[in-house]
Write a protein of this length. Sequence first.
Length: 295
Amino acid sequence: MRKNIKGFTLIELLVVVAILSILSSIGVVGYNKYTTYAKNAAVKNNFESSQKVMNNEFAKCDLNKNAKIFNNHDCNNNSAPSTNLISGYLNNQLKNPYDQNTNAVSTNPCIKGSVSITNENTGTYKVGYAEENNLSSTFVNSSWSTTKKNTTTISSEINCSNNQSNTSTASSKPQGSFDTYKPPYDGPGAGIIVDKNGNMVPGQGAHACSADCFKTDGPMKNWYTMINGQRVYPARSGGEYRFVMVEGASRSGNIASSCSGGNCKYNFADNTYTVINSGKIYNAGDSIDNRQPIN
């Protein structure tokens, strides 16, 4: 006697697949919400840690005027530490929870996962971070502060939609480009000639220069150098090359560079440069006195 063995019908199989898909999507949504919460909490922790580290470093100067802070800034220096120096110091300790290849500390709170540090006035720094459309910020004072600011954390609305990075919807995007290049430091320094990808032009080493050299279409736009037998104007827009600053002048006015012999590559996105033979990345504009690797 033959037995009829019934299997699942096509409709039944489709229903099972649909149910499994729904359950899977619910699990993915729940997981994404959890990871986003964890990453936002990590950014907030970086925000609080940045304040603590900065306050601890500045306290060293209150105790000893001959001390060094942020590794190599003298407490008896007439100038306050630059935001680049402080950011580089903190980036050696903190990680961006959204993107390990993006700095945890920058000057733009709209970069996803980043804490921003900017100058409020001489010696006073504004530290902030953005979550969706809310900016939390506080002030850190130092012995260089010309005006003391209240250090209580405040919240305000921020619109990151017009920025190059959006904390709520977009991943971090470049802040700068070859065409929009501006020198990171308003003063003299060491510069290199690079192509649109930031690669040094063969045979073009580092050049000492005043601030005017680095301004696109500035007073030095008619200055030229010879590349492949042709005149090239690296301080003029519309060309294939740009003259960019790597290191600022020292306190004594000396200008030195680690980029001779084509040893550097420039990143227009965040105004940093890589010393190729060491692999170290530095913020452009920091002087040889103060620069610290940020990787």
